[in-house]
Design a protein around this ligand. Structure first.
Ligand SMILES: NC(=O)c1ccc[n+]([C@@H]2O[C@H](COP(=O)([O-])OP(=O)(O)OC[C@H]3O[C@@H](n4cnc5c(N)ncnc54)[C@H](OP(=O)(O)O)[C@@H]3O)[C@@H](O)[C@H]2O)c1
Length: 325
């Protein structure tokens, strides 16, 4: 088979090559899936640089989620040949003609969900749903502040937050991205490059502050975020797209009676939790009822994978980039 492969860690522009390599063999509860579509994620950039929490043994293939048709199965796989499935792989492998999935991190896809939707669904909605529902336990009527709101996980948080009855404030770095956030259901918009985040959140909430913060960015903006949270708020740490891992003073946490909560969606899969499968069925249902829909920025052919990664790296993208065969 052919695959995008890197033999050493580095920038994708330098180290990623289209090569021929042996197709993997499914063992035990694994299935081999013929790739139809792959969605790119911010962590792909980190995986290729060797900076992600899971270091793929070299030579490695990037890509953490994809959809396709099962072509071979291990003896304990829950799938059969011909099934259409979507799968997640923490250490990569989906940017190839075929990829492996196992029982705890792959699900069949119903016919009303397109390849593009399926490829773009699991990571971003899984992350946002687990953050808001399981970790923050957000309630209807609360104010949700979404950072990096026009990114993959951010737009999913807007759609789900609105559906859960929250008052959604979207923060992004330019007006075009904020327009997209408004189209996806955000009630209020803040440009965090040009506006005073603390003052705007306080004005929008009548001085109350944000009840739930969804933060995939970290970085410099966090210093403002921690000053506009409500008493009893929950701040969910999603990631550090801004590059810097921020910190918070314990006295602030005490005085605001707040919780700082981590969310690592992939860990639910690695630990064999039943919850991601339940959530996946919910997402399919919400798509059928037109209550969620992944925002696809661009669909590119496999040959243009590096261009897709560039779009993410340059922050040009909103929503998802999908690579199709
Ligand atoms: N915890 C989990 O389980 C989990 C799961 C999936 C993803 N994540 C993490 O969540 C973060 C976002 O993922 P994503 O797929 O939504 O990424 P994305 O689509 O690239 O969006 C990231 C957003 O972050 C903002 N940003 C601020 N500083 C940035 C910088 N220096 N470089 C790039 N973007 C920057 C950008 O918005 P503006 O331009 O508007 O500022 C961008 O829209 C990543 O750190 C990823 O690792 C965590």
């Amino acid at each position: 088979m052919h695959a995008w492969q890197f033999e050493k860690y580095g920038n994708y522009k330098d180290v990623l090559h289209w090569v021929e390599r042996a197709a993997p063999t499914p063992s035990h509860d694994q299935a081999l899936v013929r790739t139809a579509a792959v969605s790119l994620n911010f962590p792909d950039l980190l995986i290729i640089q060797g900076m992600y929490q899971h270091k793929a043994p070299l030579p490695a293939v990037p890509g953490v989620e994809a959809v396709g048709i099962v072509e071979a199965v291990g003896p304990a796989s829950k799938f059969k040949i011909g099934d259409r499935v979507v799968g997640f792989s923490h250490s990569g492998g989906t940017l190839a003609d075929s990829f492996l999935v196992n029982n705890s991190s792959a699900w069949t896809v119903p016919t009303h969900v397109s390849d593009e939707q399926a490829a773009a669904l699991s990571v971003v909605y899984g992350t946002s749903y687990f953050a808001l529902e399981h970790r923050a336990q957000m309630r209807a009527g609360e104010t949700l502040l979404v950072l990096g709101a026009a990114g993959g996980v951010g737009l999913a948080a807007i759609q789900l937050g609105r559906l859960m009855g929250a008052n959604v404030i979207a923060c992004a770095g330019d007006s075009k991205k904020l327009d997209i956030c408004a189209q996806q259901g955000a009630h209020h918009l803040i440009n965090y490059k040009t506006e005073d985040l603390v003052a705007r959140v306080k004005a929008i909430t009548g001085g109350h502050g944000a009840d739930v913060v969804y933060d995939p960015v970290g970085g410099e903006i966090f210093d403002q975020v921690k000053r506009c949270v409500a008493w009893g708020s929950r701040l969910v740490v999603i990631g550090f797209a801004g590059g810097k891992i921020p910190s918070i003073e314990l006295n602030r946490i005490l005085l605001k009676n707040m919780s700082v909560i981590g969310l690592a969606w992939g860990q639910y899969l690695d630990r064999g939790s039943e919850l991601p499968g339940v959530a996946q069925a919910l997402f399919y249902d919400l798509i059928a009822r037109k209550q969620i829909d992944p925002v696809i920025y661009k669909v590119l052919p496999f040959a243009d994978t590096k261009e897709g990664l560039r779009l993410i790296e340059s922050r040009e993208v909103y929503g998802k980039v999908v690579i199709k065969r």
